[in-house]
Every structure is written in structure tokens, then in C-alpha cells.
Design a protein around this ligand. Structure first.
Ligand code: NAP
Length: 401
């Protein structure tokens, strides 16, 4: 009988037949979701015989939800994720410059999924624009609930914008041009600390070498600058015996064995460091906006968004999703790469402790790429590739498990 995943006394209990809610997503979402589900089910079946199986439960968001319920993000969807602890989703459309607020951001904020975790690692054979893609093996921890993404903004010419402008002019002696659109950027100590704690805990458990705080604190001193300060403070306070800061080893530059190096880089520099000195970085932690830019740039380095997985994780509750969006021009064509969502499902299985199934998928995917059976995006840069559709790529992965 299918059961819910539970959290009891600070531990996640995963039954053998967990109910896992899914949102299929907009645009290319249904195509990649179908492929990811098929691959995940096959891996679980092959790993555990009939001993374990996922009972998928559809929940609605985005265009499908609007068509069926008149709402873009029904309350029942958020409730279902809360209730079932772990969920997976396809990408959702967000209108630009107006319309409703991002559903993705709303889901992350409403459920307090404060860490957006995006591993970036090259899969052998994937065509990419750099000569040594294997040197990049990082995990990005992006803050998911604050920063300029918090959605506190006023449209140009609106009563709200004029009120804020007047307040700033009269009370704070800050001039903003008439008719400007205004957004608020805020970053708090508790949100910075809990993300840093999560990143360091992961670094300790996974035996990683370094945590780099990425920020633009030279310019935005009291938001991004404070983010860096608070992350360092937390590292010194809670992980004193496990870390060493770059300043502490400034003389030798040598990290003592077994210690995690904590350092920081200004965001613009970080983007070039990732390309030129990729092997020196390990875990990156960043505020919301910079973390978003970093994720896509790093993903491009190892072959593009088609293979970029991700997870939004709070305290236990987790929603797994691809890094990319809906790629609407390819919607319904059974064309795009489902690798991103398949690898997000791998992260989900690992999170549930189903490592055998996760490993099978990873092996199957690597073997399929090495056989040059790939979707259009990878075929574009691969000599002698056999270009296949989304569904056929999934078939090939299953056959290769
Ligand atoms: P996008 O959907 O990520 O697509 C940008 C480009 O990336 C595509 O045109 C395609 O490149 C490539 N790409 C994306 N997914 C791919 C896949 N599975 N396989 C192969 N290539 C892939 O970005 P966008 O066009 O800026 O955004 C579209 C919509 O998605 C927007 O409404 C945006 O708000 C939303 N979005 C949602 C999420 C989310 O749900 N978490 C995240 C980001 C964006 P080529 O054109 O070169 O083939």
C-alpha cells in the first residue's frame, strides 16, 4: 500500500511505496516529465524488483491548473507538497514585465525551500565549449527566499512607486527619478546563516574541499556584503574545528588536511574564475540573483541547460526541478533533452536514500551519451551523433541500465 513520506523526530522516513506528487509543467514540461518518470520507474523496478515502487500523484500548477481550476497555483498543490514532503516538477512559465508573479518563486517562498541546490558536473562525452570540462565539479547553493527576488516591487508611475519615491526623498534624502520602477533588495542574517549551515553540512558529509561565498559586497555593502560577513561568522561559530579561512592560510596558501577552505569571491570575478580556474572551486554559496546567473553559466560550461539538474530544499521538504525553463518554442515536439529532469530525479532518489536506483540512472545516461544517442542539443556539437527524440532518449537510457 502506498504511503506518505514522513518526518519523525527530525528524521525522514521513506516507505517502500512512497506517494510522490509531481507537477508536469508548461511548454516542454510534459515531454521531459514523461521521459523522467519512465526512467525513474524503470530504475526503481530494476534495482528493487517489486520491493519498492513510487506511486506518482499529479498536482496542478501553471497553465494546466489554470485551464482546469481557474487558478495558476491552487492552494491544494502547496498543501500536497507539505503533506508528502518530497515532490518533483517540470518548468513553469512566468510572464515578463507584468502578469502574475513567478509560480516557481512562489512555491519556493511559500514552502520555505530556502536552498536551491544545483550540482554542475560534466558527463563524459557531452559536447561543451571548454577544453577541460572535467575540471569543473561544483555544487551551487543559491539562497531561494530573499534578495531582489522577494517580489517587493512597484511599477513605474504606480501609486506605490510614487509613495516610496516620496518617502525616500523626504525622509531619507535619496532621489529616485520620477516614473522609475522600484524594487526592494533585502538579505537577512537568519536566511544567510541557514543556507551556509546547509552548505557546510553537505561539505562535511560529502568530504568536499571548499565553500566559496559569492557576493557583490563591494557595491551592495549592506545586503551582499553582509551576506558574506554572516556566512563567515556562521562558519567560524558552528564549524570552527572543521574549516579554515583563506586569510588564515594567506602565508602558505596550503589548506590543512581534512579542513574545508572557506573563502569568498566577488560575483563578476567568480564568473571568470569558473572558466579559467574551474578546478579550484567546489561548493559555491550565493544570494538569489547571483546564484541564478551562476547556475546557467556553469551549466553551459559542461554542455548546457539540457543536462542541468536542481533541487529546492528546506528543512526536509524538497521539490526537485530542472535548472532550465519551459523552452516554449519546442513545446509538444518530443524534442528537448530530458536529461535535466532525469538528473533531478536522480537527486531525488539520492535524497530518499534510494542510491541503487539513482546510480543505475546515472550509468544508463552516461552510457547512452557515450554511444552518441542524444537529443538535438547535444547532437549539435557531437560528430557522428544519432539524434533522437525526448522519448527515444529515455528508452535508450532504460535499455542501458
Ligand atoms: P529556457 O526555457 O531555459 O530556454 C532557453 C534555451 O535553453 C532554449 O531555447 C534551449 O536552447 C535551451 N534549453 C532549455 N531547456 C532545454 C532542454 N531541456 N533541452 C535542450 N535545450 C534546452 O529559458 P527561457 O526561454 O528564458 O524561459 C522560458 C520560460 O521558462 C519563461 O517563462 C521563464 O520564466 C520560465 N522559466 C522557468 C523556470 C522554472 O520553472 N524553474 C526556470 C527558468 C525559466 P536552444 O534555443 O539553443 O535550443
Amino acid at each position: 500500500m502506498a504511503e506518505k513520506i514522513a518526518v519523525i523526530n527530525g528524521r525522514m522516513i521513506v516507505p517502500d511505496n512512497p506517494i510522490i506528487p509531481f507537477i508536469e509543467g508548461d511548454g516542454t514540461g510534459p515531454d521531459i516529465w514523461k521521459a523522467a518518470r519512465r526512467v525513474a520507474d524503470a530504475a526503481v523496478e530494476k534495482s528493487y524488483g517489486g520491493g519498492r515502487a513510487i506511486e506518482w500523484k499529479e498536482i496542478l500548477a501553471g497553465e494546466k491548473a489554470h485551464r482546469m481550476t481557474g487558478e495558476w497555483l491552487p492552494a491544494a498543490t502547496l498543501d500536497a507538497i507539505r503533506e508528502h514532503v518530497v515532490a518533483i516538477k517540470g518548468p513553469l512559465t512566468t510572464p515578463i514585465g507584468g502578469g502574475f508573479r513567478s509560480l516557481n518563486v512562489t512555491i519556493r517562498q511559500e514552502l520555505d525551500l530556502y536552498a536551491c541546490i544545483r550540482p554542475v558536473k560534466w558527463i563524459k562525452g557531452v559536447p561543451c565549449p571548454v577544453t577541460r570540462p572535467e575540471s569543473l565539479d561544483i555544487v551551487i547553493y543559491r539562497e531561494n527566499t530573499e534578495d531582489i527576488y522577494a517580489g517587493i516591487e512597484w511599477e513605474s508611475g504606480s501609486a506605490g512607486a510614487e509613495k516610496v519615491r516620496a518617502f525616500l526623498a523626504f525622509e531619507m534624502a535619496c532621489d529616485i527619478p520620477e516614473g522609475a520602477g522600484i524594487g526592494i533588495k533585502y538579505i537577512s542574517r537568519p536566511a544567510s546563516e541557514r543556507l551556509m549551515r546547509k552548505a557546510l553540512n553537505f561539505a562535511v558529509e560529502a568530504g568536499r574541499r571548499a565553500v566559496t561565498i559569492v557576493h557583490k559586497g563591494n557595491i551592495m555593502k549592506y545586503t551582499e556584503g553582509s551576506f558574506a560577513t554572516w556566512c563567515y561568522d556562521l562558519a567560524r561559530k558552528e564549524f570552527a574545528d572543521k574549516i579554515v579561512t583563506e586569510n588564515e592560510i594567506a602565508g602558505t596558501g596550503k589548506r590543512p588536511d581534512g579542513k574545508i577552505l572557506v573563502n569568498d569571491r566577488i560575483a563578476d570575478n567568480m564568473l571568470q574564475q569558473l572558466l579559467l580556474r574551474s578546478g579550484e572551486y567546489d561548493i559555491l554559496i550565493a544570494p538569489n540573483l547571483n546564484g541564478d546567473y551562476l547556475s546557467d553559466a556553469a551549466a553551459a560550461q559542461v554542455g548546457g541547460l539540457g543536462m542541468a539538474p536542481g533541487a529546492n530544499i528546506g528543512d526536509f521538504m524538497a521539490v526537485f526541478e530542472a535548472t532550465h525553463g519551459t523552452a516554449p518554442k519546442y513545446a509538444g515536439q518530443d524534442k528537448v533533452n530530458p536529461g535535466s529532469l532525469i538528473l533531478s530525479a536522480v537527486m531525488m532518489l539520492e535524497y530518499m536514500g534510494w542510491r541503487e536506483a539513482a546510480g543505475l540512472i546515472r550509468d544508463g545516461l552516461e552510457r547512452t551519451v557515450s554511444q552518441k544517442t542524444v537529443t538535438y542539443d547535444l547532437a549539435r556539437g557531437m560528430e557522428g551523433a544519432r539524434e533522437v527524440r525526448t522519448s527515444k532518449f529515455a528508452d535508450a537510457i532504460v535499455a542501458n541500465m
